[in-house]
Design a protein around this ligand. Structure first.
Ligand code: MG
Length: 405
């Protein structure tokens, strides 16, 4: 991965005046009807490398399109959400999860007159840095990287869009707008924040990201709580009867049965899940409207200085938390999920150790034998970029004596 950046390009981030607000600024025709506190792409804090404005679309649309065309986005199809890809064709993967997050986030954004293109870009990119095998893979890689700065999937998503994608002639990465990158970086330690300059500032100053970023963050939770219930039931690891203890489930399951007395099986599950998603979305919109009325932000700067404004009501937040606790106890800690997680951790650790012991086993682009300090990070980039099945194949190639090389 050579550094192909051109020194002749300025960073827009240092030239705030060049993108100063203007009602007829390039791209404003694609963003009509937005609230004053929405993120408006003509007022973006810009890209790391200056580029000519896009034709026929806004800057945030361009970000969304770059994400959809990226290699990392296609890899999401074969990365685990909860169930490892080969366990069944109908379970969510990181790709379908990201699409569901984008659907929910766009619904909320449109209702609040916020920027749908930005919310979509953030949603589609938010998991680009996930390792194979879901959280088990991330925990294993973080453990492997303990003495080398750790591994965190949020920071890795940022590394993917800032550095690792090799698509463009003038720069590494996708050169996304500040607001998209800010939304991708959901959380970050103070130590990392200090190294991230302008992007890390808000974690040090206790300020908020755009409302669009706040929406994508909560849409992520709404999506996984609901699709994990659905996948959990589909897999048979949890049963409908167990969910009776979860108020959010029980209320909507009863409502579905009241409307369709004969309903059963998959149809009942979906009629319940769609009601829960709808309730969560409507509650999120209503409570956020109340928060906006109370704090009355007039601009994105006001949003940054306010407390988090995108939120559920207290009652629904408590209900959603109860569903999350149920999933933690009954699905994420289910012995069959734990077995797969354990196996996944051994694969990730095995790969990391083998490459660390002998970097010559790595593809040439990831070898930095003359610079041992950067080698662990390159190994982490290589492993994090793997799909589940690629990681398993690589493991077999390294550890199983066969004719596979
Ligand atoms: Mg996610």
């Amino acid at each position: 991965m050579s550094d192909t950046r051109s020194d002749t390009l300025d960073t827009l981030g240092n030239k705030a005046d060049a993108t100063a607000p203007s009602s007829d600024a390039a791209g404003s025709e694609f963003e009509t009807g937005l609230a004053p506190y929405a993120a408006h792409s003509p007022q973006s804090r810009g890209r790391r490398f200056a580029e000519a404005p896009p034709a026929a679309r806004s800057e945030f649309q361009r970000d969304r399109d770059r994400i959809v065309h990226s290699t990392a986005f296609r890899r999401l199809e074969y990365k685990t959400q909860v169930f490892v890809n080969h366990e069944g064709d109908l379970f969510r993967t990181r790709l379908t999860h990201s699409l569901e997050v984008a659907q929910i986030a766009r619904s909320v954004a449109r209702n609040l007159r916020l920027n749908e293109d930005l919310v979509e870009a953030i949603s589609l990119a938010h998991d680009l840095g996930h390792t194979p095998f879901g959280h088990a893979g991330q925990d294993a890689l973080n453990e492997c990287m303990r003495d080398h700065g750790g591994f965190e999937h949020n920071l890795q998503s940022l590394a993917v869009v800032d550095e690792l994608e090799e698509h463009y002639g003038a720069f590494n990465g996708l050169n996304l707008c500040f607001e998209t990158r800010e939304g991708i970086l959901k959380h970050c330690s103070r130590e990392h924040a200090r190294q991230l300059g302008e992007l890390g500032e808000r974690f040090l100053l206790g300020r908020q990201p755009s409302l669009e970023a706040q929406i994508a963050n909560i849409a992520d939770e709404i999506a996984y709580n609901n699709h994990d219930v659905d996948d959990g039931l589909r897999s048979g690891l949890i049963a409908i009867g167990q969910l009776a203890e979860v108020e959010l489930w029980q209320t909507h399951c009863e409502a579905a049965r009241a409307e369709y007395p004969q309903i059963d099986g998959r149809r009942l599950v979906h009629e319940t899940v769609r009601r829960i998603i709808n309730t969560l979305i409507v509650d999120l919109i209503d409570q956020t409207r109340r928060n906006l009325a109370e704090h009355a932000p007039k601009s994105l700067d006001d949003v940054r200085a306010a407390p988090p404004l995108v939120a559920h009501s207290e009652r629904v937040a408590a209900q959603a938390a109860a569903l999350k606790r149920f999933l933690y106890r009954n699905l994420y800690r289910h012995y069959r999920v734990m077995r797969m997680a354990n196996k996944a951790q051994r694969v990730v650790k095995g790969l990391f150790d083998a490459f660390s012991d002998d970097p010559r086993l790595l593809p040439p682009a990831y070898q930095k034998t003359h610079d041992p300090a950067t080698q662990p990070r390159l190994i982490a980039h290589y492993i994090a970029g793997m799909t589940d099945r690629y990681a398993l194949k690589e493991y077999r190639r390294l550890f199983v004596v066969s004719d596979e090389v």
